[in-house]
Design a protein around this ligand. Sequence first.
Ligand SMILES: CCCCC/C=C\C/C=C\C/C=C\C/C=C\CCCC(=O)SCCNC(=O)CCNC(=O)[C@H](O)C(C)(C)COP(=O)(O)OP(=O)(O)OC[C@H]1O[C@@H](n2cnc3c(N)ncnc32)[C@H](O)[C@@H]1OP(=O)(O)O
Length: 212
Amino acid sequence: MSEQTDRSVDTEHEHHGGFPVYTPVKAGPNYGRLVEALRRLQDLAVSTNPPDDVVEQAIEQAEALGDLLEPHQVPEGKSPAGFNPDLPGRGSLLQPPWLIEKFDADAVRERGMFRLFHRGGNNAVHGGTIPLLFDDLFGMIVHASGHPIARTGYLRINYRKITPIGTELVVEGRVDRVEGRKIFCSAELRTPEGTLLCDCEALMVQLLPGQP
Ligand SMILES: CCCCC/C=C\C/C=C\C/C=C\C/C=C\CCCC(=O)SCCNC(=O)CCNC(=O)[C@H](O)C(C)(C)COP(=O)(O)OP(=O)(O)OC[C@H]1O[C@@H](n2cnc3c(N)ncnc32)[C@H](O)[C@@H]1OP(=O)(O)O
């Protein structure tokens, strides 16, 4: 058992439910470029209509890339993907590629753009992508404010204005109050000028020992 998963090295760890100990994962100098190249492919995958001979070449190249990467699969928490706070979206292809700008007990703030592959209808961001941004932010807020890992009980989102793709935006949130295991949080998504696009309230529930 590695030191990272051996809970006997961290007696406080029972407070994190059944989660393993997460620590940031260093990325090699080119890793961020790889993730960005893959995001470009995601943008193109949702915005192209290539002829079939191009589709065939793309399949061959995509399958070759899969074959190249597959031998390097690692367990959760061992890849920089999602675990490197210095990379956009913490290096995760799932997350919008935003950068953490503030990370402390008062608040967590991120800045970035939604991409073409986040498009819903009529060039607006897909309404399901916004809870993803908020949910991940609340996970970080819980961590930054010194609470053990909590899971989202609910997210309540108000979509106030259309959220545009390809435009810089800012999201910021904080813990509002704590009642026992219940951590009530809120956050807002705004333009850099301060126009409110969406706001969200969340209940994060601190896990019991062994809870998944
Ligand atoms: C990423 C690491 C990077 C490297 C390190 C660097 C930086 C760190 C950065 C990030 C932080 C790290 C990690 C983040 C990890 C995780 C965050 C994940 C966030 C999620 O994305 S998670 C996915 C979606 N989430 C779920 O999949 C939850 C499914 N669910 C459950 O697992 C249970 O449901 C649970 C556990 C939530 C509660 O269950 P339970 O049995 O333990 O407790 P119970 O039901 O008794 O609730 C206790 C009290 O909460 C009230 N309550 C509960 N739910 C409510 C609701 N909806 N509305 C109103 N009140 C509610 C009850 O009414 C009661 O209140 P009261 O005590 O007053 O009666």
